[in-house]
Design a protein around this ligand. Structure first.
Ligand SMILES: Nc1nc2c(ncn2[C@@H]2O[C@H](COP(=O)(O)OP(=O)(O)OP(=O)(O)O)[C@@H](O)[C@H]2O)c(=O)[nH]1
Ligand SMILES: [Mg+2]
Length: 638
């Protein structure tokens, strides 16, 4: 099946200027279907109408918006996700208030193309059209519509309609596919029920694709459901892709739970947020300054959210100027970096600015902080800069590709390519974990290594009797900062650099010398000698402690040193052996087990000519290290 590319064209223009009738003249369809719309003669809800153009390779779809000044919220929702604009200006009234406001909104949303229709030409004389055309050209100067065709039409007598259709088709050829981040997202602009089809949400797929049977989540409300069916252009299809007007029939979701402003997406792929960082441009025409913490209406996707505007760089934003801001939202929403938005004053309602989201899940920022400002500037830059910044923001926590995708809103393969280069330039460390690879900014990798090194140094400083730090203790300290995979990479890195050495379950510093006092060193030698000379009949610890004249704490500390260096081995609570005795016992047990299938405590006692206490300790120790295992009363080789 050939996928038809949709060209989504949004109407725009002042109330009563003839948008809906023009769409009808082009398509034969009246987008005003509500009884209230018919009664009042105005558009209230968004209208979605397909233009039939047989033989043409693309599908033109109109989103007809209301012109009423109180319905700008609906207009922005309709215009938020279009490929091109059809700016409608009535020849008799000319450029009016909402002509200007709609045009501002289109510009702020970053719409790139469009056509201007001067309609109701049947109501005016020729010279009026010429004059208006000049005015319109001045009005559109330096904007995305500066070079747009201006077509004179009448929806009543049909003049110019053919030309307009031709222009629309030519425009459709020029429209480039919008950027596809690969993540399925469809802002909901309509919710309805269809007989035999159940609950339906409709919208234009912003990115990615959706297939019948897919699980989806309705953000930010966390509603999940399954796609039972998909319709595109009134036909049932198995899948739909970005850029297409699409209706999704949802299983297990009640209509009452759904509304415009929500966004359908892959489950878990977006993070509901109460804050967003953005670059804001205040319209010159607003003519006023905007203060910090001004309460505004933020329009992003099809949602409108009341929010405070925190100015990060200064105390004011001036008309016609840009500023880095943080929106503090009064209710949650979802967005991705790069999404356009519009802001309107709380009351009276006026469109005053707009821009681009830079971070859709930021922390609360300090104002006037140069790091924050620089970070946001990087987020507004090239993909490489954005990847670097997201990693700097994550600090010592490494990010997986899927986490990065969520933060940046880009396809994983595009991210991978950038990360690969950064890795080659040694700006990024890739860590291969057992589930998925994660990435850490080089600076933070170095920071973690420094941290690990100083933790071990501090440990050894505080415990002069010890020559190593237990690995698990270091691990639990580092896990406060990062994950286990990174911890391992950090230790491995330090071992490779010959800063750390690992022995059994300990970590130490290469070349570290014990900081023992001469007296302690002397006692240590004495203790070692005691154990060595007694062989299998090791000394009783309590007696030994008294003999060498240490208090229990001092004794314990010094013994650590001997255990860590592997000179002594603890067999059981009561029995400690010199390494040599332990090794000898091992050889004897193994020799015995070569001859006999098993060994008991009594048998070992006889072989070694020792008391039962030692034989028990030896066999239990070998069980515990996995050399032997116990089977009822005997011990066998493992
Ligand atoms: N003479 C004449 N009247 C027109 C033409 N186009 C629209 N009208 C009339 O203008 C009025 C408004 O037309 P609509 O198409 O509803 O205007 P709209 O721009 O969609 O209005 P809103 O959706 O409410 O903003 C209707 O009475 C139409 O019949 C035209 O080309 N010539
Ligand atoms: Mg209308």
């Amino acid at each position: 099946m050939i996928e038809i590319e949709h060209v989504i064209v949004g109407t725009a223009g002042h109330i009563d200027h003839g948008k809906t009738l023009l769409v009808k003249a082009l398509t034969g369809i009246d987008a005003d279907t509500l009884a209230e719309e018919k009664r009042r003669g105005i558009t209230i809800e968004l209208g979605f109408v397909f233009l039939e153009t047989p033989g043409y390779s693309k599908q033109i779809v109109f989103i007809d918006v209301p012109g009423h000044e109180k319905l700008i919220k609906t207009m922005v929702a309709g215009a938020s996700n279009i490929d091109a604009a059809l700016l409608v200006i009535a020849a008799d009234e000319g450029i009016s208030l909402q002509t200007k406001e709609h045009f501002d909104i289109l510009r702020l949303l970053g719409i790139k193309r469009g056509i201007v229709a001067l309609t109701k030409s049947d109501l005016v004389a020729e010279d009026r059209i010429l004059k208006l055309t000049d005015q319109v050209k001045i009005f559109l100067k330096d904007s995305f519509l500066a070079e747009a065709p201006i077509i004179t039409v009448s929806a009543v007598d049909g003049s110019g309609i053919g030309d307009l259709k031709q222009s629309l088709m030519a425009l459709g050829e020029e429209v480039e596919a919008r950027h596809d981040s690969g993540i399925f997202r469809m802002p909901v602009d309509r919710v309805f029920t269809m007989r035999g089809f159940g609950t339906v949400i409709a919208g234009t797929i912003l990115s990615g694709k959706v297939e019948e049977g897919d699980k989806i989540e309705i953000f930010p409300d966390g509603i999940t459901g399954k796609v039972r069916g998909i319709q595109v252009h009134h036909r049932k299809v198995g899948r739909s892709v970005f850029g297409k007007r699409t209706a999704l029939n949802l299983q297990d979701v009640k209509k009452e739970m759904l509304k415009r402003g929500q966004c359908a997406g892959e489950p878990g792929s977006l993070t509901p947020t109460f804050r967003m960082d953005a670059k804001l441009r205040l319209l010159e025409s607003y003519g006023k300054k905007l203060k910090n913490r001004t309460r505004i209406r933020l329009h992003a996707g099809t949602a409108e959210i009341i929010s405070r505007l925190v100015l990060l760089e200064g105390d004011m934003v001036f008309p016609g100027k840009e500023a880095l801001v943080q929106f503090v939202l009064e209710s949650p929403t979802v967005a991705l970096p790069g999404d356009p938005f519009v802001i309107r004053t709380f009351s009276p309602l006026m469109t005053i600015g707009g821009g681009e989201i830079l971070d859709s899940t930021p922390e609360k920022h300090k104002r006037f902080d140069s790091d924050t400002v620089e970070g946001l500037q990087r987020l507004g830059g090239e993909l490489t800069d954005r990847v670097i910044q997201v990693m700097l923001d994550a600090g010592t926590m490494p990010l997986s590709l899927s986490e990065m995708r969520k933060k940046i809103g880009e396809k994983e393969d595009a991210l991978e390519e950038v990360l690969h280069d950064l890795e080659k330039e040694q700006k990024v460390i890739k860590m291969t974990g057992h589930k998925e690879s994660k990435y850490l900014h080089k600076n933070y990798y170095e920071h973690l290594k420094d941290r690990a090194k100083s933790i071990v140094e501090e440990f050894l400083d505080k415990s002069p009797h010890r020559i190593a730090m237990p690995y698990q203790e270091l691990r639990s300290k580092i896990l406060e900062l990062t994950d286990n995979t990174t911890f391992k990479a950090v230790v491995d890195g330090l071992v490779e650099m010959e800063i750390f050495k690992r022995k059994d379950s300990d970590v130490s510093l290469v070349g570290y010398e014990s900081k023992l006092k001469p007296r302690d060193q002397h006692i240590l030698q004495q203790i070692e000698q005691e154990f060595k000379s007694k062989g299998f009949a090791a000394p009783v610890e309590e007696e030994l402690r008294q003999k060498v004249g240490l208090n229990p704490k001092e004794y314990k500390n010094l013994m650590y040193n001997l255990f860590e260096r592997g000179i002594l081995v603890r067999l059981s609570d009561k029995v400690v052996y010199h390494r040599e005795a332990a090794d000898k016992a091992r050889r004897i047990v193994l020799q015995y087990l070569e001859k006999y299938p098993s060994i008991t405590v009594a048998e070992l006692r006889d072989v070694l000519q020792l008391s039962r206490k030692y034989a028990t300790a030896i066999l239990e120790y070998f069980d515990s290290i996995g050399l032997t295992k116990r089977d009822k009363d005997v011990h066998i080789l493992r």
